[in-house]
Design a protein around this ligand. Structure first.
Ligand code: ATP
Ligand code: MG
Length: 316
């Protein structure tokens, strides 16, 4: 069935005028998909049009909303063309399948000073590189919730990559979010910024700190998780719609329920665990070395590697 492109909204359906469309919307049937899956009697009742007319409207809605399939080959080609953002460490890139993925949320969790923000700076520079140099030729939206964005570090890392430091800074749009509302609103209103500026990487550093500070106690947990859930949902939508990569950092806590092994657990529970496409756990080792563990990936085996956090950025 060919998709009828002339039908875009309820009013475009045969037999549905402005009044009946308003009635349908008031009854919660506000998309063509909802009309397409309605029963004629129900639609007739809710819109005030006859059952016969409702049948025709449903038929037209079904034609306008046929689901278009993509073959696996198509998706593979598209993903190949989108590229990945190199972390600047060959070992880490290899661990995660070539770099930070477009259309996906990559989460890094770990204790203070483990290197989460330093990796964010490196990615903010590398995203700007051309595709053959490990970048995606894009700009960056950097949401700083902790006041730890450091232009000097961007300049240092850019110089080390042979990019003009001033240009590198120009290409990073920084939003200082001081409340979870501002953090959420920035993402909810990011569509036009992403389109107009050619943003290819969204960074939220830290994803959870404001939520953790604002929603205290058991009573607030439900609301916090609900907000985080819709925040993550919107992030994934942006990632899919505009082919951007998302990198978020997360704090940790000690889980007293874990008696053996490392009790370090990321904040945010199941909501974040499910929403992040790929999770990395970073922890300090000797000197500038950090151990990174791939915790959860849809297509890569779990594993570990070592990176170094240096003045010139992330290194092997
Ligand atoms: P937090 O949870 O507190 O935000 P984080 O994981 O974001 O911590 P980072 O700020 O990424 O931590 O890492 C800080 C560490 O990075 C420092 O302790 C230091 O080891 C290293 N570092 C920062 N700046 C430099 C630099 N200019 N040269 C070398 N190493 C640096
Ligand atoms: Mg940090």
């Amino acid at each position: 069935m060919a998709k009828d492109k002339s039908v875009k909204k309820l009013e475009d359906l045969p037999g549905i005028g402005e009044t009946s469309a308003e009635k349908l919307k008031a009854a919660g049937i506000d998309t063509l998909e909802k009309v397409a899956t309605s029963q004629p009697h129900d639609l007739s009742e809710k819109s005030g049009i006859s059952v016969e007319a409702a049948k025709k409207a449903i038929q037209a809605a079904q034609e306008a909303t046929t689901i278009e399939f993509e073959t696996g080959t198509n998706i593979a080609e598209k993903r190949q063309a989108l590229g990945k953002i190199s972390t600047n460490s060959k070992d880490l890139d290899e661990l995660i399948g070539g770099g930070i993925e477009i259309n996906a949320i990559t989460e890094v969790y770990g204790k203070f000073a483990s290197g989460k923000t330093q990796l964010a700076f490196q990615l903010a520079v590398n995203a700007q590189l051309p595709k053959d140099k490990g970048g995606v030729d894009g700009k960056v939206l950097f949401i700083d919730t902790e006041g730890t964005f450091r232009p000097e570090r961007i300049e240092e890392i850019a110089k080390a990559k042979g990019i003009d430091p001033k240009t590198a800074l120009e290409n990073i749009m920084v939003v200082r979010a001081t409340s979870s509302e501002k953090q959420m609103l920035t993402i909810e209103r990011a569509d036009s910024l992403i389109r107009e500026k050619g943003i290819k990487l969204i960074i939220i550093d830290s994803l959870t700190a404001l939520f953790r500070a604002e929603f205290l106690g058991r009573g607030a947990l439900g609301e916090r998780q609900q907000k985080l859930n819709s925040h993550m949902h919107k992030l994934q939508q942006l990632a899919d719609k505009y082919d951007v990569a998302v990198y978020v950092t997360n704090q940790v806590m000690d889980n007293p329920g874990i008696l053996f092994g490392d009790p370090t657990t990321p904040i945010g529970g199941n909501i974040i665990a499910h929403a992040a496409t790929l999770r990395l756990y970073i922890r300090k080792s000797k000197e500038d070395k950090r151990i990174i563990r791939l915790v959860d990936s849809p297509n890569m085996p779990d594993g570990e590697c070592i990176i170094r956090v240096t003045s010139a950025g992330i290194k092997d």
